[in-house]
Design a protein around this ligand. Structure first.
Ligand SMILES: [Zn+2]
Ligand SMILES: [Zn+2]
Ligand SMILES: [Zn+2]
Length: 374
């Protein structure tokens, strides 16, 4: 009870982000009974598109959940979840704001289910890169009063690179081409009912796609821009060699001229729909940062300046140091975190003595002189 009450309380802005540590899960609180929902994908594509949530498989799980998030995005917190029965490390994602209704979480799962079913179909055509979507479930912790039930989506924890898959700035052209062709394919394969866009991932494991839908009796939440979303994807989509391999039919909105600077075009198409998250750029910080409607392209020029709020706060902290050059007592003022965030050591000397050729004795930061390194 205590544990889940704390979970409800993470809905405020000043929640501390605590580094991930799976060593002592029993310290997170008592093990809780939870109910897990997943979409039954053993149905026809049509029936999944028409009613993704019509056939839910449920199971009961026992797990430890830590109420301190280890990453924070603009929309959601990520909390560690551990299932001892099969030693599974999982990530629970919880909305920070807005309604915490079951429906809102189910919507995330529905989008992922349709995207997954369509990727099964896509991979049957042997594209140059097969892609995959991460498995997303909805998990519920029941309370005495049903109105207080707690929900989150749960997905596998990807060792090492968990936050990276939200950042598609480093995608290869080949993966971009495959992802773009997949989006084009979903429009055709769904019978022009919907398109799956906004693929984000690393190592071909995708998450958090967006669906724009036209015909089905279902709307996919606030990021579903309907016909406008479909048109906007195609208006910047130039078919690439993967589209050609799959013999995809051209959409009337597509530009007539052939593909030129592929990366540029693909990124433009990619940013059409909705806000997205990238990693905080500070070295060693794993927070997710919402970069807004401008998307990756809008942020690309300043990608190295994207920092989470807590890093931004640290960057405003000025400190005064005394130059450590022998004989010099000059005080200088710097914001050490501006250096640390870039993976550099803060200077230990006044501006006049910051000559990289002069050996640096120790100071507030470690020496930057390579000659002094062990
Ligand atoms: Zn195409
Ligand atoms: Zn940060
Ligand atoms: Zn000096």
């Amino acid at each position: 009870m205590e544990q889940t009450r704390t979970l409800g309380m993470i809905q405020n802005d000043d929640v501390a982000i605590v580094p991930l540590n799976w060593d002592h899960v029993e310290r997170w609180g008592e093990q809780l009974s939870m109910k897990s929902y997943t979409c039954n994908l053993r149905r026809s594509l049509d029936s999944i598109i028409q009613a993704p949530l019509a056939d839910l498989l449920t199971s009961n799980i026992q797990a430890f959940i830590r109420s301190d998030p280890f990453a924070s995005g603009g929309l959601r917190y990520a909390l560690p979840l551990y299932q001892p029965s099969d030693e599974r490390k999982l990530v629970a994602k919880m909305f920070k704001d807005g309604p915490l209704t079951k429906d809102r979480y189910l919507e995330v799962m529905a989008i992922q289910a349709i995207a997954t079913k369509l990727v099964y179909e896509f991979n049957r055509y042997n594209p140059p890169q097969t892609i995959d979507f991460i498995d997303v479930r909805v998990v519920e912790i029941e309370q005495t009063h049903p109105s207080e039930d707690t929900y989150f989506t749960v997905e596998p924890y990807i060792e090492g690179d968990y936050v990276k898959h939200n950042n598609n700035a480093g995608w290869s052209n080949e993966l971009m081409a495959t992802a773009q062709a997949y989006s084009h394919f979903t429009w055709q394969k769904s019978g022009n009912k919907l398109i799956v866009v906004d693929l984000q991932g690393v190592a071909y494991i995708m998450t958090d796609p967006v669906i724009h839908s036209v015909n089905p009796p279902h709307s996919f939440g606030s990021t579903d821009f309907g016909r406008e979303g479909v048109d906007s994807f195609f208006s910047t989509h130039r078919c690439n060699y993967v589209c050609d391999m799959l013999n995809l039919t051209r959409h009337p909105m597509q530009p007539r001229d052939p593909i030129s600077t592929i990366t540029n075009q693909l990124q433009q198409a990619n940013e059409q729909s909705g806000p997205r998250q990238v990693n905080c750029n500070a070295a060693g910080c794993s927070a997710l940062v919402e970069i807004g409607q401008g998307g990756v392209l809008g942020a690309a020029a300043t990608m190295s300046d994207i920092y989470c709020n807590s890093c931004k706060r640290r960057m405003r902290l000025n400190q005064t140091f005394t130059c450590n050059m022998s004989g010099c007592k000059i005080k200088f003022s710097i914001t050490p975190y501006r250096y640390t965030a870039r993976g550099e050591d803060p200077p230990t000397r006044c501006p006049a003595h910051r000559n990289p050729n002069v050996p640096t004795p120790g100071g507030p930061g470690r020496s930057r002189n390579p000659g002094r390194r062990p």
